[in-house]
Design a binder for this molecule. Structure first.
Ligand code: HEC
Length: 116
């Protein structure tokens, strides 16, 4: 509970997806956008930008950009698009967007991690 609210929200949203919790994650950044990621300048070019790989679940949460705005999608490791149509699903664009744009102090144009 000493965690910032955005992390508490993340735990609430994703720890239910698997009884043991979501498991190991890693963040992948499109190589040409590494500098922008590190400085969190909010200036990522169009196209895929960042991936949050939920390793144990075999799911890729993808943040891309279009005209400077963040766009979200979800894929399996084999490339199947599993972005949920139901806005209430943890894997829907609406869910991503609500959290990623709801904590202004944390997320800049869809990027939430500090990049360090
Ligand atoms: C309840 C909050 C919440 C929701 C919902 C959420 N995220 Fe995130 N996301 C975060 C936080 C917090 C981080 C940063 C974690 C860290 O500090 O490493 C993050 C990190 C990421 C990253 C790594 C790059 C970055 O921004 O730091 C990607 C990619 C990502 N999320 C995509 C998604 C997608 C796609 C969805 C929807 C399917 C989604 N997220 C839903 C809170 C959320």
């Amino acid at each position: 509970s000493s965690l910032p609210p955005i992390y508490q929200g993340t735990v609430e949203t994703y720890c239910g997806v698997r009884p043991e919790g979501p498991g190991a994650v890693s963040v992948l950044v499109e190589p040409s956008k590494t500098e922008s990621y590190k400085t969190k300048d909010g200036k990522m070019a169009d196209g895929a930008s960042m991936i949050l790989h939920l390793k144990e679940l075999g799911i890729l949460l993808v943040t891309g950009h279009k005209s400077g705005d963040a766009v979200y999608s979800v894929f399996k490791e084999d490339g199947t698009d599993i972005t949920a149509a139901d806005p209430a699903s943890p894997l829907s664009v609406e869910t991503c967007s609500t959290c990623h744009s709801g904590y202004e102090a944390f997320c800049v144009k869809g990027q939430c991690a500090s990049g360090q």
